[in-house]
Design a protein. Structure first.
Length: 299
């Protein structure tokens, strides 16, 4: 049986000019997108793209396939739209999971507005910092830091945010300010670790020269908001998304450090199993999420 989703992935790669750009749009890892296109080429027995280190160029066969594939996907979309017109009101239940800070501050009010706009849909939100098994636990949609690495899921990138390392003025006065990533090894670090370990890998860099620094946590938690509370109490340094600590930085209760070595940014996605891609209630919520986070203050 042919997999129409491989065709759709190829069309996205051609449309966005490369694997990385298509992967960001679809919420997948670049390696997954590349493997899907390779699998399609193997099944067809032709080369669709000529690859270099920087670009992917359509072959003659690829250009012909793209033209027909684009038309087929458009026909499928039109068919589904005509079927869905028979039931213009989406109904049913949605089970959604999101990590703690994002869930409480942003997903919860998004859901409140969504339920006002779509009163025939009931929503259950689980706010949990553990790595949820979406399929096994029956979730329709999950909010996650990316990229998505499993081809059984699809979704969309909602926003990318910078990350910073912060500490309280009192801690920096007592312990000094780190000037290089290596200095972190001499400091008390406060880490979020979903596996209950006392260490974390913090990726830092200047420009595009990223480096990974293993920090040993003086304190660690599976609850992602606790390191911020500990930092406010003067207990050490922590690395967080800018939107999580921006109010404290504005108040002066936390100070950013190592600004020349800003941590690697993180993207947040709304994802769902591929099998639910055409569910009307899922489509409605995904559009609502995209609208909600459009223009989100990323710092």
């Amino acid at each position: 049986m042919h997999d129409i989703s491989d065709m759709a992935v190829f069309v996205e790669v051609a449309r966005h000019g490369g694997f990385s750009a298509a992967a960001r749009q679809m919420g997948l890892a670049t390696s997954v997108v590349s493997d899907r296109v390779k699998g399609l080429e193997t099944r067809l027995g032709v080369k669709l793209l000529n690859r270099t280190t920087r670009t992917q160029v359509l072959t003659e066969s690829g250009a012909s396939y793209l033209e027909q594939a684009t038309r087929i996907i458009a026909d499928i979309a039109a068919l589904e739209a005509s079927v869905m017109q028979d039931s213009t009101v989406a109904r049913g239940d949605l089970k959604i999971t999101a990590p703690g800070p994002l869930g409480r501050r942003h997903v919860a009010p998004l859901i409140a507005q969504f339920c006002l706009d779509s009163p025939q849909i009931r929503v259950h939100l689980s706010v949990d910092d553990r790595f949820t098994d979406i399929v096994a636990e029956g979730y329709d949609i999950a909010f996650r830091g990316g990229p998505v690495v499993d081809s059984q899921f699809t979704g969309r990138c909602l926003f990318e945010t910078r990350r910073v390392i912060v500490a309280s003025p009192g801690y920096l006065h007592r312990s000094g300010t780190p000037l290089t990533p290596e200095d972190l090894k001499k400091h008390r670090c406060l880490v979020f670790n979903s596996q209950a370990h006392y260490f974390a890998e913090w990726r830092l860099g200047r420009g595009k020269q990223m480096r990974s620094v293993r920090v040993e946590g003086a304190m660690a938690s599976t609850h992602s908001e606790l390191p911020v509370s500990w930092a406010l109490a003067g207990l050490g340094l922590t690395q967080k998304s800018w939107w999580e600590v921006a109010p404290h930085v504005a108040e002066g209760t936390l100070i950013t450090v190592l600004e020349a070595y800003e941590p690697e940014p993180v993207s947040f996605y709304a994802i769902h199993p591929v099998r639910t891609a055409q569910s009307r209630k899922v489509c409605l919520f995904m559009e609502a999420a995209a609208d909600w986070f459009r223009g989100f203050d990323q710092g």
